[in-house]
Write a protein of this length. Structure first.
Length: 543
């Protein structure tokens, strides 16, 4: 039976948030966690840097304002030491180097050496994002153990140096805005280890991650493209409000935290649609190579009253179920029946909302290490692999996809990918974000295929992009088996690659070799000479 995983995870996250909040109301040695004149030092990465540089709308400023609003006598000093790209082990080195030399991170008002040489009443550490994003953390028990020991080393160094009354460990905020994303599942395990470490080291655990998911669940019920980040990593206003609320909760400032959450709700209300309808979309998890049908799960939030889902020709609502949280629909379409963007409509008594579902890709992934890489340069010839020809030509894809190996014992794992608002490209039909399908690390190989049907022979332009704020990868792109481009995706920006589509089915396929940071790429077909591509049809059924 199909289940709608994302809202379920949200509910569980809200429950975890409530549990953490209750635990965070405890005291240290019978005293409140904060005093009126505490010097609070925040240690972190670019998210902490943005919190410190964000003024009144950065989470550091929001914390200070909320404390003063609760009690004007609060005169805490807030110091943000956030450095872009910093991991836990990176911060161990930052602390060590700052013992003998001045150093400045993202917030230029603070010298790390000078600030850590002063006593601190409270030290808050929020790290982990870059350990997963880059990534340096292997998603296995040995990787978690190494991460914990590095974290313990940092706690020990900061405790010895600043002599704080309280050390608090803030849980890392999400990577992508999908609770079920592979990177977020790894981060959830990090949080479990972090909770044990906090107990062992007599530290306080701050539920910043849980607060973010709580605000996210609230926002998505009002706005289908509600975001708490600007780029799947760094916080927007709602992200800053979430972090502030989670930290305040964990520090025992429940009233101040509640005021921040109320502000988040008010800001979300301003962005809500007049129809009162919102929704979430997820691809059914059971689609396999060779599937002739594809199913989507749509949860509609609409309050009281009835809701109707209107689908385009060829799309069918195969089941619906209403509950107090909304209405769940399962929609099925032929795997060769996609337009570039497919519009469905939710209709309620108050109004309607359009849902856009992009055409899918088949993507395959696996990790073989640095085959083909040398000094951050990838050589297609040296990096040639057995599945390359299968993907380039598409011949016997269904028969051979399940048997192809990158090397002995390393199979390619194939999954369907459909762009969505939780990932890079924000639902663009041209963007593939591998964060939706794998917890990737350096040396990962990714493939993608989809078939495009043209009603006639026509010229098109291929546009290649690399979305995201950082990423290193190599792309080989083929159309009907012919090489269109080979190189770094960002180097193809601004270029037009002319291609001829034949009448009938055409194969667009690629191979991507990942090195570091985000793994996203965009491959779009655009018209030329006033042509329209509205008649194109997209398929994941091999031809």
């Amino acid at each position: 039976m199909l289940k709608f995983f994302t809202p379920l995870v949200m509910v569980l996250m809200a429950m975890v948030s409530a549990t953490m909040s209750l635990r965070a109301e405890t005291t240290v040695s019978g005293k409140p966690l904060l005093t009126l004149t505490d010097r609070i030092v925040f240690v972190g990465d670019s998210i902490t840097g943005q919190g410190g540089n964000g003024g009144a709308n950065g989470w550091v400023g929001i914390i200070g304002a909320a404390l003063k609003a609760k009690d004007p006598a609060n005169q805490q000093t807030l110091v943000a030491l956030g450095g872009s790209g910093q991991t836990v082990s990176g911060w161990v080195n930052v602390e060590k180097k700052s013992r003998t030399a001045s150093s400045f991170l993202d917030v230029k008002a603070f010298d790390v050496q000078a600030e850590l040489n002063k006593p601190a009443d409270v030290v808050v550490i929020m790290l982990g994002m870059n350990d997963v994003l880059s990534p340096s953390l292997k998603g296995d028990e040995a990787g978690y153990a190494k991460w914990v020991e590095n974290y313990r080393t940092l706690i020990t160094a900061l405790r010895e140096r600043t002599k704080p009354r309280v050390i608090a460990l803030a849980t890392p905020t999400p990577c992508t805005e999908d609770p079920a994303a592979p990177k977020n599942l790894v981060m959830d395990r990090m949080v479990e280890h972090l909770a044990k470490l906090a107990a062992e080291e007599n530290c306080v655990l701050l539920p910043t991650r849980a607060a973010t998911w709580e605000v996210f669940a609230m926002g998505r019920r009002k706005q289908p493209d509600f975001h708490f980040t600007t780029d799947q990593v760094h916080p927007n206003l709602f992200g800053h409000l979430s972090i502030a609320a989670g930290m305040l909760r964990g520090l025992g400032e429940s009233k101040a935290a509640q005021s921040v959450l109320e502000r988040a709700a008010q800001e979300a209300d301003k962005r809500a649609d007049a129809s009162g309808v919102s929704y979430e979309v997820a691809l059914a998890p059971d689609t396999k190579p060779g599937s002739t049908m594809v199913s989507f799960m749509i949860r509609a939030y609409h309050g009281d009253g009835k809701i109707e889902l209107v689908t385009p020709t060829g799309w069918k609502v195969t089941s619906s179920r209403s509950g107090k949280d909304g209405t769940d629909f399962v929609v099925t379409v032929a795997a060769d029946g996609f337009a570039r963007l497919n519009s469905l409509t939710l209709k309620s008594a108050k109004g309607s909302r359009e849902i856009s579902i992009p055409a899918p890709w088949w993507v395959g992934t696996g990790n073989i290490g640095w085959v083909g890489w040398s000094s951050s340069v990838f050589s297609p010839e040296k990096g040639r692999l057995p599945p390359d020809e299968l993907v380039r030509t598409g011949v016997d894809f269904v028969r051979d996809a399940g048997t192809q190996e990158l090397k002995a014992g390393t199979p390619v794992v194939w999954k369907p990918f459909v762009g969505g608002v939780n990932y890079g490209g924000a639902g663009s039909p041209s963007v593939v974000d591998f964060a939706a399908v794998t917890y990737f690390s350096g040396g990962e190989v990714g493939y993608g295929l989809r078939w495009v049907k043209s009603d006639k022979e026509r010229a098109v332009v291929v546009k290649i992009t690399r979305p995201g704020f950082a990423g290193t990868s190599h792309l080989a792109l083929w159309v009907n088996g012919e090489t269109v481009y080979a190189g770094a995706p960002e180097k193809a920006r601004g270029q037009d690659f002319s291609v001829k589509l034949k009448a009938g089915w055409n194969l667009v396929s690629f191979k991507s070799n990942f090195q570091q940071w985000q793994w996203q790429l965009g491959i779009d077909l655009l018209p030329v000479d006033g042509d329209s591509l509205d008649a194109l049809r997209y398929s994941i059924v091999p031809r």
